[in-house]
Ligand binder design. Structure first.
Ligand SMILES: *Cc1c(COP(=O)(O)O)cnc(C)c1O
Length: 403
């Protein structure tokens, strides 16, 4: 991702910023599209992972639909060229305004998370003389074997409808005239790397779709959600293994004639395409600890602080061959800069003790002014940035000129 030209280019740009490698993004999107088309699967991009307009434009160009979790995302998806017949809308707390916006946009499907929500969608659709397509989000009680902060498919989680409530769902579906049952929806968590988890999900989906068919409902859509993980430890292994992922579903999901299989991938499509680029502001050498204080913190990338997430951290300046002309700001000669390995706690400038990207990071000895890359930051990065401490909005830089 970084060669001497990119690093040279960064030298003149104010940090911190997100750097998007559009080539990596396109390779990833192409690989996912090709692998899904092999099985005729439908993929919706989970916009919440990254709704940077340049990213949306690239994703949309590859023919993906959009998976939205707010009314504003529904509106943004359509404004950015996603076809309304490819927009789905999930979320455990859809407000009346958001439901109305989605009804006005004539989206494909609401992924509904409670019986009460079904009743409200029905009521609001009736007021507009419309019929809303719905899929029932079911909590399959499958353990995603991922970090408990990002597990969503267990009985204890707030998402979806539990299977013991399905009779109530069936009664409501029969009674409510302004909703049309399209199928069933699942999403069990994020950063899932164990394909066995998806096999378990398939088995549960087969049981649950049989339940619906046995109760007189025709299940057209099987939406398996998203959650495919990426390799945060090897940021240059750019492409997640979409082939193996889709293969599990084609093998274990009982797809009947006329059924459509839908997916909602977020992270896997965009994570590897971006890095957060920051500079070392200060180096604090303590008796027990050495700290690198960066000009980026939890206001630019919150994942380590929010989910205890791992990101690979590199010193881009430290990778330059000795004598390449890099001059650290303390004016040591480039020929004498010591780049021997040191362990640092890499921290941000925000007034919170949790504002630490990682402890005990092995880096070459680092200096004020060095460029630091925090890798695999394309998903749940820029979109979670805040202006806490009245920080500036984080900027974005692209590998290609933007159209
Ligand atoms: C967040 C989310 C996704 C995408 O999850 P990833 O882990 O980014 O693939 C898919 N579906 C729903 C309903 C979501 O909330």
């Amino acid at each position: 991702m970084f060669n001497n030209n990119t690093i040279q280019r960064f030298t003149g740009i104010e940090t911190p910023f997100y750097y998007y490698d559009m080539e990596v993004l396109k390779q990833t999107l192409g690989a996912c599209r090709d692998a899904s088309l092999k099985y005729g699967f439908h993929v919706h991009y989970a916009m919440k992972a990254n709704f940077n307009p340049q990213v949306l434009k690239a994703v949309q160009a590859y023919g993906f639909g959009a998976d939205c979790v707010s009314g504003n995302e529904v509106i943004a998806a359509i404004e950015n060229g996603f076809g309304k017949e490819k927009v789905v809308f999930a979320g455990v707390g859809k407000s009346d305004r958001e439901i109305n916006d989605a009804l006005d946009a004539d989206i494909f499907c609401f992924n509904v998370e409670s019986v009460q929500e079904l009743e409200i969608i029905n009521e609001l659709a009736a007021a507009k003389n419309k019929v809303a397509g719905v899929a029932i989000r079911i909590n399959p009680n499958v353990d995603a074997h991922t970090h408990h902060f990002i597990t969503t498919g267990l009985d204890e989680n707030k998402f979806g409808i539990n299977t013991w409530q399905l009779n109530d769902v069936a009664d409501a579906l029969r009674k409510l005239k302004n909703i049309k049952f399209l199928g069933i929806h699942f999403h069990i968590g994020s950063q899932i790397t164990d394909m066995e988890v998806y096999r378990s999900l398939c088995i549960r989906i087969n049981e649950i779709q049989d339940w619906f068919e046995d109760h007189g409902f025709s299940v057209k859509v099987l939406n398996t959600g998203g959650g495919l993980g990426v390799d945060y430890y090897n940021p240059d292994t750019n492409i997640p293994d979409f082939e193996s992922y889709f293969k599990v579903f084609s093998k274990f999901l009982n797809v009947k004639p006329g059924q459509e299989v839908h997916f909602e991938l977020g992270r896997a499509l965009v994570a590897q395409s971006a890095s957060l680029i920051a500079r070392v502001l200060y180096v604090k050498n303590g008796q027990k600890k050495n700290f690198l204080v960066l000009d980026a913190g939890m206001t630019e990338l919150m994942r380590p602080m929010l989910y205890q997430a791992y990101h690979s951290i590199e010193n881009l300046s430290g990778q330059e061959p000795v004598g390449s002309g890099h001059l650290a700001e303390d004016n040591q000669s480039p020929f004498t800069i010591n780049r021997s390995p040191v362990k640092y706690d890499v921290v941000g400038p925000i007034c919170e003790s949790t504002d630490c990207f990682r402890k005990d990071v092995d880096l070459p000895q680092s200096y004020r002014g060095d460029l630091i890359a925090i890798r695999t930051a394309g998903a749940y990065g820029e979109v979670m940035a805040s202006n806490y401490n009245l920080r500036n909005k984080v900027q974005s830089v692209y590998s290609e000129p933007i159209a």
